[in-house]
Design a protein around this ligand. Structure first.
Ligand SMILES: *Cc1c(COP(=O)(O)O)cnc(C)c1O
Length: 381
């Protein structure tokens, strides 16, 4: 964290950390079987930068990339990505033809979607998502037989190739949750019905990061890892030490520091009042940049080798932190969160402080933060 920081606030993404994490995940799932690894880069790579993360992931051996929308998939193709790529969330009116022409595999949840994809022609590669209990996207059990039959008919007519069948866990971050077993069993039922219908997909998949790490029985042919590839813990309190390294650091430069006196209130509404003389620093980021407003009086930042609690409310553009009597000069580095090597808070610490998950912290941070990519050798801070 000694790089020059010309920006008032920046997000530094370490692409070496992404590659390191992808290699760990790849090695983890390839222990016994040749399980393929998909790295999920939706939502701008969980806020890390989709295209750059995708490149790093491919370099480190990701077999597949996964995104939510067709637009995200086409942006990867426009950036030059040519490898196996799956998207899984279309909205009514979406145009499947661009995706099919670009060699993107698309997902069907319903008969209507399947027919639309088949109508594109060009032997679209389609994967079928079955709902095994999440009650989100995917075909409900009552429709599996008819959907598989329709898919087999389209395949026999050369209109599509059914390359995958997949589903998604409810609670893979809670390894003892009974739904893990229920869903895995339901998924096996779906695969058996698909085989009866004559489908022979290349890949079947169910596991996200937490299941990839905690539930080998759910690996099937492929695991879809998002959060772990970014170095964050998919199942805090459950995940064994794997040496994953958080790739994102959010930092800013102190605008001013100044003394305040016992009894002075801080920020809107004076939700915090100094009970002794202290000093406070102004950090030029706020909820307009994705710093959670709920971090007021709960999260801390890192300034000059110490944790500095946020005092009072987080504003749209600014945050006030307690400097405990010190007066660091304007321009002093403020780390909101990072890998944690030096003692600075992590995205997981922020998540716990504001009552959310690390996914939301890294995905929402942005706004006026400038993103910068670095490629740090392992072991250097
Ligand atoms: C986002 C997503 C993933 C990745 O989940 P992580 O918990 O981040 O590993 C996998 N599969 C689907 C369908 C997703 O939407």
């Amino acid at each position: 964290m000694t790089d020059p920081a010309p920006s008032r606030a920046e997000i530094v993404v370490d692409l070496a950390a992404i590659r390191h994490n992808v290699r760990i995940l790849r090695d983890l799932v390839q222990v016994d079987d040749p399980v393929q690894l998909m790295v999920v880069v939706k939502a701008d790579g969980y806020g890390h930068g989709m295209v750059e993360v995708a490149d790093a992931a491919r370099d480190a051996g990701a077999d597949w990339l996964g995104v939510a929308t067709i637009d995200e998939a086409l942006a990867l193709r426009a950036a030059g990505d040519r490898g196996p790529l799956l998207c899984w969330l279309s909205a009514p009116g979406d145009d499947f033809s661009g995706a099919v022409a670009a060699g993107v595999e698309v997902t069907a949840y319903t008969l209507e979607e399947l027919d639309e994809i088949a109508a594109v022609g060009g032997s679209a590669h389609v994967q079928i998502k079955v709902d095994t209990g999440l009650s989100r996207g995917g075909a409900p059990r009552a429709e599996w037989v008819s959907l598989f039959a329709a898919a087999a008919a389209h395949e026999a007519a050369g209109r599509v190739r059914v390359t995958g069948i997949w589903s998604h866990f409810v609670a893979s971050d809670e390894p003892s949750h009974p739904m893990n077993h229920t869903q895995e069993a339901a998924f096996r039922d779906a695969l058996a019905l698909a085989a009866e219908a004559g489908l022979d997909p290349d890949v079947t998949h169910l596991a996200n990061s937490a299941a990839a790490i905690l539930r080998p029985s759910s690996h099937f042919d492929l695991v879809r890892c998002g959060i772990a590839a970014y170095g964050l813990d998919p199942a805090p309190g459950e995940t064994p030490r794997l040496g994953l390294r958080p790739a994102m650091t959010a930092r800013a430069r102190l605008v001013t520091s100044k003394p305040i006196e016992a009894g002075d209130g801080v920020s809107y509404g004076h939700t915090w009042t100094a009970h002794e003389d202290t000093t406070v620093g102004l950090v030029p980021t706020g909820y307009g940049d994705g710093v959670p407003r709920a971090a007021g009086n709960t999260a801390s930042v890192w300034v000059e080798d110490s944790l500095r609690p946020i005092r009072g409310r987080v504003c749209m553009d600014q945050v006030v932190v307690d400097l405990h009597g010190e007066l660091p000069p304007p321009g002093t580095e403020v780390v909101l969160f990072g890998p944690g090597d030096l003692g600075e808070p992590t995205a997981q610490d922020w998540a716990e402080a504001v009552g959310t998950i690390s996914y939301e912290i890294v995905t929402r941070i942005g706004g006026r933060f400038v993103r910068r990519f670095v490629d740090r050798e392992e072991g250097t801070p």
